[in-house]
Design a protein around this ligand. Structure first.
Ligand code: ASP
Ligand code: MG
Length: 467
């Protein structure tokens, strides 16, 4: 048994879904369970619909809804040839559209888009795409059943960033899904969305469909969790910034986790957590080039101690420095600061301390007025905005002599605001000016990965060889 998750670009239009059907067909012998994201941009459109409605902009809300549904109807008409199937699917969509219209009415009257309502709105993206993919499989002669996550993906009530109840999910999946798969049926279900115990739709955070796939894979102890996306796997850098980035063939769970935590978009960071627990490999494949071997994330790696594997970056970072108003015990000061960060749920990307000073790097969107107010009560705060954080990742980095020299040599022209190194064996984090982000990534990449070579770990992509 395997899980195959397809992202929004893999299902964005009729040809893309037809391609997904072919990919699933080629894996039928492995008994796939299919997890899909909403079609590209659908989640953003649903969010817009909610915001327009809350602003009493009923007309824009409806126009966006019309656009969203016309994209889905076009897909159905181009894809589903069987007349009854086409008609039935259309009426399923009509019903969903009516439900969304009712929500729009409610939000317009209340003039408020609560996290709970937003999650209900979001859920339609995945409900729509999964319905279509399931019928498309049937239309191609594959036995498929559409499965609603409301029957198994139970979460807490933390809307927009719900936490799944793994034990319940495992129990429900085993009783609801196993017999189907064993009878040759391909279940198609939704990523991203869950349900509370009292039946309200939740979501587990933007881009979390990969995580959904891993939860399902771990619950059913599958042989492989496949994440099908629009790039060849994990690369040594974002190919939009570094065109000659190489593919990284294998990564450890820990490396993949740090890489996504520090900004690589290819996998949601939580994806690794359920997979580690059951030691299930994760493959990242390109649905546009299904013949490519992708990237394997696994626990069982040959020793690659000291090898650097990739560069990630995040922009719009703020540096916050705090020093105490008066001389209090250092440990008391630390505790006060930590309490504030915990209260506000701040994800600290890097931090450094001096005897009486503490600096952290966090995403700008997390550094709210409320946070700064609370920090002001603890000490003297200074804020430095418009930074970026660049992370160089690999394993046992501290075992790689000379690596710091090479990295800092390559960016000696740039203004460095902060460095964190040594807390983890997996990353070196450097805070620079936001405007220097892309150039600095290119410089570091050319120093560390510039040479053209293919070996056990790295692969020069076919597209690049032809150049
Ligand atoms: N559709 C959701 C989003 O756009 C979840 C996902 O694609 O992973 O965030
Ligand atoms: Mg994604």
């Amino acid at each position: 048994m395997i899980v195959m998750k397809f992202g929004g670009t893999s299902t964005q239009d009729a040809p893309a879904i037809a391609n997904v059907v072919e990919i699933i067909k080629a894996h039928l012998h492995q008994k796939p369970i299919v997890v899909v994201s909403a079609i590209a941009q659908a989640t953003n459109m649903l969010e817009k619909i909610g915001k327009f409605a809350a602003d009493k902009n009923d007309r824009e809300a409806r126009e966006t809804l019309t656009q969203l549904f016309s994209r889905h109807f076009t897909i159905i008409d181009q894809l589903i040839r069987h007349i009854t199937r086409n008609r039935n699917l259309r009426s399923v969509l009509d019903a969903m559209r009516e439900e969304i219209e009712t929500i729009i009415k409610g939000v317009t009257i209340l003039r408020e888009l609560t996290p709970r309502t937003l999650d209900t709105l979001y859920s339609y993206g995945e409900l729509l795409s999964s319905r279509i993919v399931s019928v498309a499989l049937q239309d191609h002669g594959i036995q498929s059943e559409w499965i609603d996550t409301k029957d198994f993906m139970f979460t807490d009530e933390n809307f927009n960033r719900a936490t799944p109840y793994l034990d319940i999910i495992e129990e429900k999946l085993k009783s609801n899904l196993l017999h189907l798969v064993n009878n040759g049926v391909v279940p198609v279900t939704q990523g991203f969305i869950g349900i509370t115990l009292s039946g309200r739709r939740t979501t587990m955070g933007r881009e979390s469909s990969d995580y959904s796939a891993a939860i399902i894979g771990a619950a059913l102890d599958v042989d492989d969790i496949q994440i099908w996306t629009d790039v060849d796997g994990v690369l040594t850098a974002d190919p939009a910034v570094v065109p000659d980035a190489k593919k990284v063939k294998t990564l450890s769970f820990k490396e993949a986790y740090e890489l996504s935590y520090f900004g690589a978009k290819v996998l949601h960071p939580n994806t690794m957590l359920p997979a580690i627990e059951k030691s299930i490999p994760i493959h990242i494949y390109n649905s546009r080039r299904p013949q490519s071997t992708g990237t394997l994330v696994t626990a069982a790696l040959p020793s690659t101690s000291g090898v650097l594997k990739s560069i990630a970056y995040k922009r719009n970072i703020t540096l916050i420095s705090i020093s105490p108003q008066k001389r209090i015990g250092q440990y008391i000061f630390w505790e006060h600061i930590q309490n504030v960060f915990t209260k506000h749920g701040i994800t600290i990307l890097a931090s450094v301390t001096a005897e009486y000073g503490y600096s952290i790097a966090a995403e700008e969107k997390q550094t709210t007025q409320a946070l700064l107010q609370d920090l002001n009560d603890v000490g003297i705060v200074s804020i430095n905005e418009k930074k970026c954080i660049i992370s160089v990742l690999g394993s046992s980095i501290t075992q790689n002599p000379g690596v710091l020299n090479r990295i800092f040599g390559s960016i000696s022209d740039f203004n460095i605001n902060m460095i964190s190194f040594g807390a983890s064996q997996f990353s070196i984090n450097i805070v620079l000016e936001d405007g220097d982000a892309l150039e600095a990534v290119r410089e570091i990449h050319s120093e560390l990965f510039g040479e053209v070579f293919t070996d056990d770990i790295f692969e020069v992509l076919d597209q690049q060889k032809k150049k």
